[in-house]
Design a protein around this ligand. Structure first.
Ligand code: ATP
Ligand code: MG
Length: 599
């Protein structure tokens, strides 16, 4: 199990078990309701906490946000909007060794991109002085002590799930001695790991989190927000609830692994009684950070899990740092930066989060569900265009050499409001190599010797012969076109079996296309036991195509513009594009090809 310093300097985080009964989701209102909405609406109606619904999204700036965080963002911001409350963006930055300003910036970008505005942007570290006062108050109340046990000893004294712990020999230090030692910890008199401040709760509690948990540890490292101001840092469990209270948060929504931490969350808030002790929050007034404090309530919901990917910053960092992908915004990653570059829209992510719902039951959502959300969104909104990924030249031998036509085509077949586009048509065209076969299988409906095929938005063409190179490969197909078969002409209704896409060779724009697919070949790359998930990276998760040929107007597209390439899928223009060379990313195919392969 990974060592998680955020929760305890000496003890790894204990994860809650995973099987939980589903909650009873009440069904009221237009939006599909869920238990958290029900709780908050009841509290607001009962004028609890002044009838407010104030929430926060509290990322630790130790990596980029992923689609799991989007669930939390949509929930926190969405629910506050419903109850005319506010949502703060708070960087939970109590663990300076892993945090970085670049992550702080990226997180803000991602939250804004999803379409949410925070009421206040804060750092837990903005409240370090308040936390310290809280610690002093606990010491004065006889509820915290400075402990000299080292990591190993603390572990030994802690007991196990079946055996109670033993009290630290330092547990009964006097208030005066504790105050003195705490102050000296702050001043930097003691080395890392030599002393901690611990809450005095219950060494025999069945909940290990209550066995005198650490509140402060010594860490002589600079902090991305507070620099060298501090050399002791508060533990997550201590800082989190206090930050909520400081910001007037009414409902503190978090994922299920914090359920066992809730008694501790409540204990700190109850002992400190922040709303009724102005001395505690006084330091904020000087910094203009003061808000009316609250007594928040923690409510847990289940994390989003998705198959065929990994949703954990710790693992995402490995993929990035070991160059398995090209940076945090690689379109194969489930990071918000990655899926944005992949072509996901904020709307599709918000819809997805609404659809997966909010419960306490643990489940794994199939990747196909996420992809379908994008497909649905794109199907409604993406302008259509033709792009030939692997070009094969077709020459229409009976088409006048210097003739050019502009074919009228709908930008979107179901949405006339999106207008028409004009696609140039000439004697020499490109079609997809796959759309011609010299020796076709039985039901081949595309171009073949002796056959006819309709060119989308154009004419019916008929095979004539092929030109081959020295290797015997087909380099050109010669056809004749039937001038009577363009739409609006008498022959337009003539039926042929297949329709294929094309671009005019003279007008086409060369582009690079990155065909992205799922990052892993296994639904659960982590497996049941610890194994190296990176062994299951899909070698075809990125296939690069150079010199695809696309409709000329696509040269004007801007990064982030999305299209349906007819018959191919949905594509988005990548920021790597230049004026000379557009680069398109495949966001998702037209159909779920994994559905039949994998299940
Ligand atoms: P990771 O395990 O990926 O590092 P984390 O939980 O440590 O994630 P935080 O930065 O602490 O990341 O998360 C900020 C908020 O987002 C927390 O409230 C957390 O509960 C929530 N969150 C994180 N992952 C998910 C997820 N997969 N589904 C829903 N909410 C999540
Ligand atoms: Mg984490």
């Amino acid at each position: 199990m990974p060592y998680n310093e955020r929760f305890d300097p000496f003890w790894p985080e204990k994860m809650s078990d995973t099987n939980r009964p589903d909650d009873n989701t009440a069904d009221t209102g237009a939006k599909p309701s869920h238990f958290i909405r029900t709780i908050i609406s009841k509290d607001v109606a009962a004028q609890k906490q002044g009838g407010q619904g104030v929430t926060r999204f509290p990322p630790e700036p130790n990596g980029y946000l992923h689609i799991g965080h989007a669930k939390s963002i949509c929930l926190n911001f969405g629910i506050a909007q419903e109850f005319t409350g506010q949502t703060n963006l708070r960087f939970d930055d109590t663990n300076p060794t892993k945090e970085d300003l670049s992550y702080v910036k990226a997180i803000q970008e991602d939250v804004s991109w999803l379409g949410f505005e925070w009421a206040h942007k804060r750092h837990a570290s903005d409240y370090f002085e308040v936390f310290y006062r809280c610690a002093v108050k606990l010491v004065k109340q006889g509820q915290a002590f400075v402990c000299d046990l080292n990591a190993e000893e603390v572990r030994e004294y802690r007991g196990t799930l079946t055996e109670p712990g033993r009290p630290s020999p330092y547990r009964e230090r006097s208030v005066e001695e504790n105050l003195d030692l705490l102050e000296r910890m702050r001043k930097g008199e003691f080395e890392d790991g030599s002393r901690t401040l611990r809450a005095k709760i219950d060494m025999s509690s069945g909940n290990m989190n209550l066995r005198d948990p650490a509140i402060y540890r010594v860490r002589k490292v600079p902090h991305q927000n507070t620099g060298d101001a501090w050399c002791i840092y508060p533990m997550y469990d201590f800082a989190h609830g206090l930050s909520d209270a400081i910001e007037g948060i009414t409902h503190s929504l978090c994922t299920l692994e914090f359920e066992d931490h809730r008694p501790l969350y409540d204990w700190f808030l109850d002992q400190l009684d922040m709303p009724n002790d102005a001395w505690l929050t006084e330091p904020l007034k000087e910094k203009d950070l003061w808000l009316q404090p609250s007594r928040p309530q923690q409510i847990e919901f289940s994390r989003l899990n998705l198959d065929f990917t990994v949703l954990s910053k710790r693992r995402l960092i490995q993929l990035v740092e070991e160059n398995h992908v090209n940076g945090w915004d690689d379109p194969r990653l489930p990071t918000l930066a990655g899926i944005r570059r992949r072509g996901y829209t904020p709307e599709s992510i918000r819809t997805f989060c609404e659809e997966v719902g909010v419960t306490k039951s643990v489940s794994i959502i199939p990747m196909g569900v996420l992809e379908n959300t994008l497909r649905d969104d794109m199907n409604q909104r993406a302008p259509r265009a033709m792009a030939v990924l692997k070009p094969l030249k077709v020459v229409l031998t009976n088409y006048p050499e210097d003739q050019e036509e502009l074919m009228d085509a709908a930008v979107h077949p179901q949405n006339p409001d999106m207008g028409q586009r004009q696609v140039p048509f000439t004697r020499e065209l490109y079609i997809e190599q796959d759309d011609f076969s010299e020796n076709p299988p039985g039901k081949y409906r595309r171009l073949k010797p002796g056959g006819e095929v309709r060119l989308r938005h154009g004419y019916i063409i008929k095979y004539q012969d092929v030109v081959k190179n020295d290797l015997g490969e087909v380099v050109e197909v010669h056809c004749t076109y039937d001038p009577d078969t363009h739409s609006g002409l008498p022959g337009a209704s003539r039926k042929v079996k297949g329709t294929i896409h094309w671009v005019s060779a003279k007008h086409a724009v060369a582009a690079d296309v990155r065909l992205y697919d799922r990052l892993f070949t296994e639904a659960n790359p982590l497996g049941d036991k610890e194994r190296d998930f990176k062994e299951f990276i899909n070698p075809e998760s990125l296939v690069e195509v150079q010199n695809a040929m696309v409709e000329p107007h696509l040269a004007q597209a801007e990064a982030g513009d999305f299209f349906q390439f007819e018959r191919q899928g949905y594509f988005v223009l990548d920021p790597d594009s230049s004026a000379e060379r557009p680069v398109f990313n495949r966001s998702v195919g037209l159909r779920d090809t994994w559905a039949k392969i994998k299940k």
